[in-house]
Design a protein around this ligand. Structure first.
Ligand SMILES: NC(=O)c1ccc[n+]([C@@H]2O[C@H](COP(=O)([O-])OP(=O)(O)OC[C@H]3O[C@@H](n4cnc5c(N)ncnc54)[C@H](O)[C@@H]3O)[C@@H](O)[C@H]2O)c1
Length: 348
């Protein structure tokens, strides 16, 4: 038998995938936070129900990767529910892209695979998806963990991730009146303040000289830096603060030990790679038992969210592949309905 001839059951016809550029995605509403808030909450519910598969993500580092933010991460996941799909986010990061190359630090693609055939069905540019899904993780968590009608947010680190968090707060939380900004590069904080003034005139940007000044005046705090040295002290947090530790390495160990509640997205994903939680676990001072909850458990009501006005609650969101796949699925379904994007034949 000629092994090069496809058999009847291995047809190469109709194998095509949809490519969605950043502007295609924006045209589908993928440049606003609403779509992501909904998809992320769905993803958290699937996580709580165990309706997912999500192997630990490998960090690819070459010998040129000297900085903590120099890496390419592969993030595969399958999500179940009514519309199961699998996929992979492949996200590169070079810390000096903004300063040396005028490019974004992070760049990403998402590949989605059909649940039945496992054939790839879509490729999406995912730099914006990644930033908006990260903001939506904070946003969904804030609905359960922040005080209601909070007016003041602090954002430490004013790059694309910090700005997208601000976009989400301004779009989703109408009571937000002030955004307190700190960046080691004052120009980045000033540029963010100018952008807020133009895009969200009802919100007052306040540029701070020190991180403590930003943090201690806020109800909700977000870190979005590229530091590998914790600096954020428990004493800076006022009672009732919700702190979303998006950039993971900013918060001192004492905050994990003294906060009223520590919440993660996924314990196994968080407790690795020498991140602060992982260091605490290895030292014997933190454990799965001391964790209040994974966020999905709170979303489905299996664990409580905020229970008093004064609680200090720390969210450590390592970032899950199921976040990306849930958002990419929602975008793909809109693209199919509106026939947006370029169809690429797999076999020519
Ligand atoms: N947890 C998640 O799911 C998730 C997802 C995406 C990105 N991130 C993280 O978000 C972070 C920010 O990403 P980005 O693309 O905006 O990076 P970026 O490098 O483009 O911007 C970072 C900004 O932070 C500032 N900065 C650096 N160190 C600082 C410090 N110690 N104090 C104050 N400001 C500081 C820089 O000057 C810069 O303006 C990264 O660490 C990234 O890994 C987390």
């Amino acid at each position: 038998m000629d092994t090069l001839e496809p058999t009847r059951s291995t047809s190469t016809h109709n194998a095509a995938l949809r490519f969605l550029s950043r502007s295609d995605i924006a045209s589908l509403g993928g440049d606003r936070s609403d779509l992501y808030m909904e998809a992320i909450e769905d993803g958290f519910r699937l996580h709580a129900a165990g309706e997912y598969a999500q192997p630990l993500k490998p960090y690819l580092r070459s010998r040129h990767c000297g900085h903590i933010a120099d890496r390419i991460i592969a993030m595969p996941a399958w999500i179940g529910g009514d519309d199961p799909v699998a996929g992979l986010k492949w996200i590169g990061s070079k810390h000096d892209n903004p300063t040396l190359r005028s490019r974004e630090r992070a760049s990403a693609l998402i590949v989605l695979n059909d649940d039945e055939t496992h054939f790839p069905v879509a490729v999406l540019e995912a730099g914006r998806i990644s930033a908006l899904r990260t903001a939506a993780v904070t946003g969904v968590a804030a609905r359960y963990l922040a005080r209601t009608a909070f007016p003041a947010v602090a954002v430490i680190g004013c790059g694309p991730i910090g700005r997208t968090q601000i976009q989400m707060f301004c779009e989703q939380f109408p009571d937000v009146r002030r955004i307190r900004l700190f960046d080691l590069k004052r120009d980045a904080a000033l540029a963010a303040a100018e952008w807020i003034g133009g895009a969200y005139p009802k919100v007052e940007p306040v540029v701070c000289e020190q991180p403590q000044e930003a943090v201690s005046g806020a109800d909700v705090v977000v870190t979005a830096t590229v530091t590998d040295r914790p600096y954020l002290k428990f004493e800076w947090l006022r009672p009732g603060t919700f702190l979303a530790n998006v950039s993971i390495m900013d918060v001192e160990k004492a905050v994990f030990l003294k906060a009223d509640k520590v919440v993660v997205d996924d314990w196994d994903q968080c407790n690795r790679e020498k991140k602060v939680i992982n260091q605490l676990v290895e030292e014997g001072s933190f454990s799965r038992e001391r964790l209040h909850a994974e966020i999905g458990e709170i979303v489905v009501g299996a664990r409580p969210g905020r229970e008093s006005e004064d609680e200090i609650i720390l969210l450590n969101p390592m970032g899950m592949a199921i976040d990306d796949i849930a958002c990419a699925r929602a975008i793909l379904r809109r693209a199919e309905a509106a026939d947006v994007g370029a169809m690429l034949e797999l076999f020519g």
